[in-house]
Design a protein around this ligand. Structure first.
Ligand code: PLP
Length: 536
């Protein structure tokens, strides 16, 4: 760290040279500029064109909320029963608590429909802002002092604002070699070009990142060295990988060296399910208090960010519900101010009704209640992850190896081959070929997805069709048998051609299916694969 860097440590540095032309040109909308005065007590405003709250037809909003401890904290006492049991006992009355928000506040600072349903701040309603700010401080513990939070309408819209704010047409965006297609769909029409960075068992590789930046050849690439990195560090979509703090530090340091902004899209932060342990070796986990729970999670890039070069996007989509269309940015105030201007020029502000509901939920549960909810949620998804991997382990013959592809970490890799059908009949040569692994995966320690890497080289038509066509053929047969996996090519940030080298992938989600649904799907996968490998 240079002297200058040390002086700036903890307060952030000027990063305004990263702003796009569009963002620099965006002025504060004249009427919106007055809005910050609107909440001033006693103010008589004749300036705006606000509809009178008297004519809002909503007299109050009420809701029933699940209690924060709706889901158990350990898997042992109820084993996988808690999840199975819930599904089978819908008749069991859920424990709830209720809230009401009236049109006018009873006490100063109360949520009210008068202000929530009015034209309001692009940065979000003050009550929600306050909750989110405190939450970030306690949970993500940003490494510098001058950070800001800003409510947005989910990470999709958040990333759209990021693209408009810090990228110009013709620039490159560094992304993992497999990444969330929703992000690419936002960037590509602006002529933002994907620059894929290699991955390993922890997600984006710092070696590949350094190499890409160090060896950047502007004329060969036809664009300047990229200054923005998009990363999904936890429960990566689609690969399911999770980056630990050491890798994050390496990536952060490289970004400091090459002056790169890190966009951290982290919807799966609270779905850190922990390492997969095969059924026979599974033991119960201790229940953690809030601090131990936070300490047990892979931290955000925010925690190591001493310059303010991380734009973090959180969403309520996976922890509350996607229909809320609500989340928030944590970033340096210069970017936050520009995002606010961008929101003013698009949705004007996040939806007031949604903010009333989510703020009421969080005010009712309070910090400890929300933490309790998140801990319960983690266990629910852990059980789902375990069940899906258990189903694969039951359907296929599994071998474990330790993958050493990461630099600092190793991970257990599972290789699946077809189980011999008839154990007492001598295996034919063809059968032996089929006992070779047909796919492998690292059981994810976070998120919602298992990412299979396929090895279909022994398929009878492999030499004539090649990787991509064989994989697509298999995917189609599985779909026709009634099971939908996400084909790997969907997650490539660059066009996948028939002759693109390298094995293909399927992404299997465990987030939303019933236990029987998963079992059935994996059974169908096994049956189709068995037939597929014999078909000529
Ligand atoms: C990596 C990633 N980013 C963003 C989203 C969408 O988030 P939101 O619902 O907040 O728009 C998803 C949803 O699947 C995702 O996986």
């Amino acid at each position: 760290m240079s002297l200058n860097e040390k002086q700036n440590h903890g307060t952030g540095i000027d990063l305004s040279h990263h702003l796009s032309k569009v963002s620099r040109a965006r002025k504060i909308s004249p009427l919106r500029g007055l809005q910050k005065y609107m909440s001033k007590p006693g103010l008589v405003s004749l300036a705006g064109g606000l509809p009178s709250a008297e004519y809002f037809p909503f007299a109050s909003v009420t809701g029933e909320l699940l209690v924060p401890n709706s889901f158990p904290l350990n898997t042992e006492s109820e084993s996988s029963r808690s999840w199975f049991w819930k599904l089978f006992s819908r008749a069991e009355k859920e424990r709830t608590t209720s809230f009401t928000v009236g049109k006018y506040p009873k006490h100063p600072g109360d949520l009210s429909l008068e202000s929530s349903l009015q034209y309001s701040l692009a940065s979000g309603q003050p009550q929600l802002q306050e909750i989110v700010h405190e939450f970030v401080e306690r949970v993500f513990q940003p490494g510098y002092s001058k950070w800001a939070t800003l409510i947005h309408t989910g990470n999709t819209a958040g990333f759209h604002a990021v693209v408009q704010t810090i990228l110009n047409p013709g620039e490159g965006l560094m992304v993992s070699e497999w990444t969330y297609p929703g992000a690419m769909a936002i960037a590509q029409p602006y002529d933002i070009r994907a620059v894929p960075i290699g991955m390993d068992s922890e997600g984006m590789s710092s070696i590949s990142l350094r190499q890409t930046l160090a060896e950047w050849d502007e004329s060969a690439r036809g664009m300047a060295r990229p200054h923005v990195l998009y990363v999904i560090p936890i429960g990566q979509n689609p690969a399911g990988t999770t980056m630990r703090v050491a890798r994050k530090r390496e990536i952060y340091d490289i970004c400091v060296e090459y002056d790169v902004i890190i966009v951290e899209d982290d919807p799966y932060f609270f779905l850190q399910e922990g390492k997969y342990v095969p059924k026979s070796e599974r033991v119960s986990e201790p229940e953690l208090d809030d601090e131990a729970f936070i300490a047990s999670l892979a931290p955000s890039f925010l925690k190591i960010d001493y310059q303010g070069r991380v734009i973090r996007m959180d969403t309520f989509s996976k922890t509350v519900c996607p229909g809320a269309r609500l989340g928030w940015f944590t970033c340096n105030p210069m970017f936050a101010e520009r995002f606010e201007r961008t929101t003013e020029a698009s949705a004007a502000a996040p939806c007031g009704l949604t903010q009333v509901y989510v703020a009421s939920l969080l005010l009712n549960w309070r910090y400890t209640g929300y933490m309790r909810w998140l801990k319960g949620l983690r266990i629910q998804y852990k059980q789902r992850r375990d069940h899906l991997v258990d189903c694969i382990a039951e359907e296929f013959h599994m071998q474990r190896t330790i993958s050493m592809e990461g630099i600092t970490e190793s991970a257990t890799m599972y290789h699946a081959s077809l189980k011999p059908k008839r154990s007492f009949v001598p295996l034919s040569e063809k059968d032996l070929a089929f006992s070779k692994p047909l796919f492998s995966f690292i059981a994810p320690s976070a998120g919602m997805f298992v990412w299979l890497t396929l090895s279909l080289e022994d398929h009878p038509s492999f030499s004539s069709l090649g990787y991509k066509a064989v994989e697509m053929k298999l995917w189609t047969e599985i779909a026709e048998a009634g099971v939908l996996f996400a084909p790997g090519a969907m997650f490539s940030p660059v066009e996948v051609e028939d002759d693109t080298p390298g094995p293909g992938h399927f992404r299997i989600s465990f987030s939303d299916s019933t236990p029987e649904g998963m079992k059935k799907a994996i059974g169908v996968f096994g049956a189709v694969l068995r037939k597929f490998m014999q078909a000529s």
